[in-house]
Ligand binder design. Structure first.
Ligand code: UDP
Length: 231
């Protein structure tokens, strides 16, 4: 079994909303370790929103702003990788562009090699291109490394038909097809990533990171959240 786990940058910040919160990351790490110890191959993609969002920076060029965003995701991966190592895991960080000795250049073969050694593989730097997101990055890498599914750990506990923050009558789906996600423009991942997941049949499980043991439960399939199917 090979899975990719997507965490938002904000998730690393805990209550602080910016930077890192070590306790939050350690809670994630304990769960990832349990999966790895059980023989699951785990890849990690992390956003950058705890540091930077390219599109909100009005006064600088978007391409440059996005480069800063991609670098933010690498900082996040280096941090989380080190916390995971302190918890007894072995890790490697792959990026789509050279970062000297900080990371290794992504290739499918290299990722496979690390997965087979039971290392946690971080896919940092997004797609390596501006105008994309780490949502697209995680779907792209899931396709490339032939992951079985993506775990989307979110601030919200699944996929709703409307925003529960503004509509108290919003209904959560237990299961929804990726075709319906795209057709109804539902916020699971961004639209570019949704279409990539639909066209390449990448299943996803959406759940709240804050719930106890939610990553392990989602990986087992018996979890509180939404399954996004591909058939
Ligand atoms: N980013 C990018 N290309 C990618 C992935 C990320 O340009 O393939 C940049 C973009 O500026 C984005 C930031 O990195 O705003 C952080 O990524 P994340 O996916 O967290 O962005 P969000 O969609 O939350 O803004």
């Amino acid at each position: 079994m090979r899975i990719l786990l997507k965490l938002s940058g904000e998730a690393l910040a805990g209550e602080k909303k910016t930077g890192f919160d070590e306790e939050t990351v350690k809670r994630v790490g304990l769960q990832v370790k349990k999966l790895v110890d059980d023989g699951v191959q785990v890849g990690i993609v992390i956003g950058g929103g705890n540091f930077w969002r390219g599109r909100t920076s009005e006064n600088i060029d978007r391409v440059k702003a996005d480069q800063i965003g991609m670098l933010a995701t690498i900082m996040n991966c280096i941090y989380v990788s080190e916390i995971f190592r302190s918890q007894g895991m072995t890790t490697n960080i792959l990026t789509p562009f050279e970062c000297g000795s900080f990371t290794k250049l992504f290739s499918k073969d290299r990722a496979n090699k690390y997965f087979e050694k039971n290392m946690v593989v971080f896919f940092a730097g997004g797609t390596g291109h501006p105008y994309f997101s780490t949502d697209t990055g995680v779907v792209l890498r899931a396709i490339e490394v032939e992951a079985d599914y993506i775990l989307l750990a979110k601030a919200i506990d699944g996929v709703y038909d409307s925003d529960p923050a503004t509509n108290p009558a919003a209904k959560r789906y237990d299961t929804i097809s990726i075709d319906d996600v795209v057709a109804q423009n539902l916020q699971v991942v961004d639209m570019t990533a949704s279409i990539l997941a639909r066209d390449n049949k990448v299943p996803m499980r959406v759940f709240a990171l804050s719930e106890d043991n939610s990553i392990v439960k989602a990986a087992s399939g018996d979890f509180n959240g939404t399954t996004v199917t591909t058939n």
